[in-house]
Design a protein around this ligand. Structure first.
Ligand code: FAD
Length: 426
């Protein structure tokens, strides 16, 4: 007897409840990954290359037994089940709107049960509710209730016998940038290094793009190469000030909050959570938008961030906020254009985190920054990159005639943003 472990955004072997369930169900497990053309089409080229590298690392851990097949999952998964004679298919729940729809289609097409165990979150989306049984709209009370709800300890390690089935071989996908090391082992090593190093100073350094002050684990979390439960357990016995552990825990909770909001409000991928924002006037993306994408707006912190994004597939969180705010409030372009560009380039691209962070910046999210709080990109640079180390790293021509003049006057753009907000009020 066999079971199938269909791996999606959970490309790891440790702390993996669905793997435990698959091994409990049968002594021999088929490790399957499906290259779904519809899903891959939503990935940028470098994200596809990172996925290929992560699959390669996983296949090595499995002694070459990862079965890779291409096609629509509702066709591929039932075919593998028949071929393997499997009695069940095990997955980590995918709680995104597209993932939920796909899993419903696959479950309907399968001759055996599709069994979800666990999710990419410490607390499954939809589980943290107010006393009235309603979802939380605001982060801070969610954080309190989420911590009070608590989570399971990391799942035990299991080593089933991995079934050998023909596959089509691992995908090849070339990156246009230098990718960080992929795979579970690299993620665990990165976490240990951060826990013993930068974590102690995280409350201050997390806001400094000129320092290596953050964990850089978002890519591994997005692919499920490491589970947040592993991080939460490791935080509990880290030798750092309580404030540092609490701050890092709160950032993980933001990730869980956004997944929870999206669970209850799938329309948040495209629609403003604050409905009145549907009336905000926007400019069509034109030359200024192109300058934003290219890192040539003439505002160094914005340009450095956009260049870091395109060159590395990652951008520092503080700078994501500044670049996003600049697009929406200085260039008056709808957040969805920026969100699309981010998804194309981010290796940690995650629709829940990306769309809801954009909504937060654009003032239309559930618990959003108020519209009138408009980042001044120059003041942000002085405060968070005081020695210009970050901007100089990404803009070698800074201070020369080759660096563009500012595309807008910030004070004027700010007044216009406030006027548009005023006109939005009926
Ligand atoms: P750390 O500071 O080490 O934080 C640890 C973890 O906490 C992160 O890996 C992440 O999982 C979580 N986290 C931290 N900040 C946030 C946040 N604001 N919202 C949700 N989770 C958070 N993050 C993504 O994972 N994917 C995205 O597509 C994405 N798009 C974003 C778009 C915008 C406009 C903004 C402002 C933020 C976005 N973020 C996104 C959130 C955040 O910028 C990244 O998670 C963070 O920069 C990743 O770096 P790190 O792992 O070193 O973070």
């Amino acid at each position: 007897p066999r079971s199938v472990l269909w791996l999606r955004r959970d490309l790891r072997l440790q702390d993996h409840p669905a793997l435990v369930a698959a091994a409990d169900a049968a002594p021999e497990v088929v490790a399957l990954h499906v290259l779904d053309p519809a899903e891959l089409a939503s990935y940028g080229a470098n994200r596809r290359a990172y996925l290929a590298a992560s699959l390669r690392a996983l296949d090595e851990q499995l002694g070459g037994r990862l079965v890779v097949r291409s096609g629509p999952p509702e066709e591929v998964v039932p075919a593998v089940v028949r071929e393997a004679g499997a009695g069940s298919v095990h997955v980590s729940a995918d709680t995104t709107p597209a993932g939920r729809a796909r899993d419903e289609r696959v479950a309907a097409a399968l001759p055996v049960p599709l069994v979800p165990t666990g999710s990419p979150y410490a607390v499954g989306p939809g589980r943290v509710l107010t006393g009235q049984g309603t979802p939380y709209q605001v982060f801070t009370p969610f954080l309190r209730a989420w911590a009070a709800h608590g989570w399971a300890p990391p799942a035990p390690s299991v080593e089933p016998r991995w079934a050998q089935l023909p596959g089509e071989g691992l995908p090849e996908a070339a990156a246009t940038i230098e990718l960080p090391e992929a795979g579970e082992q690299a993620a665990l090593a990165r976490w240990e290094e951060f826990r013993e190093g930068a974590l102690a100073d995280y409350p201050v350094d997390r806001d400094r793009p000129d320092r290596a002050g953050t964990s850089y684990l978002s890519i591994a979390l997005a692919c499920g190469e490491i589970h947040p439960r592993t991080l939460l357990a490791g935080l509990a016995d880290a030798d750092v000030p309580d404030e540092a552990a609490a701050r890092f825990r709160a950032e993980l909770a933001w990730r869980e909050f956004h997944a929870d909001v999206l669970w209850h409000r799938p329309e948040a991928l495209t629609e403003p959570l604050r409905e009145e924002y549907a009336r905000m006037e926007h400019d069509e993306p034109g030359a200024a938008f192109d300058a934003w994408c290219a890192g040539r707006t003439g505002f160094p912190l914005v340009d450095a961030g956009m260049r870091q994004l395109v060159a590395t597939g990652w951008m520092h969180n503080r700078v994501r906020m500044v670049t996003a705010s600049f697009l929406v409030k200085d260039l008056h372009v709808h957040w969805s254009h920026g969100a699309r560009f981010f998804l194309e380039h981010l290796l940690d691209a995650d629709v829940a985190q990306n769309q809801l962070n954009w909504q937060w910046v654009a003032g239309c999210g559930a618990d959003a920054a108020p519209w009138f709080r408009i980042f001044n990109p120059t003041a942000q640079q002085r405060r968070f990159d005081p020695d210009d180390r970050y901007v100089r790293r990404w803009i070698p021509e800074l201070g020369t005639a080759d660096y563009p003049e500012p595309v807008v006057d910030h004070a004027e753009a700010r007044r216009e943003a406030l006027a548009r907000r005023e006109r939005m009020t009926p």
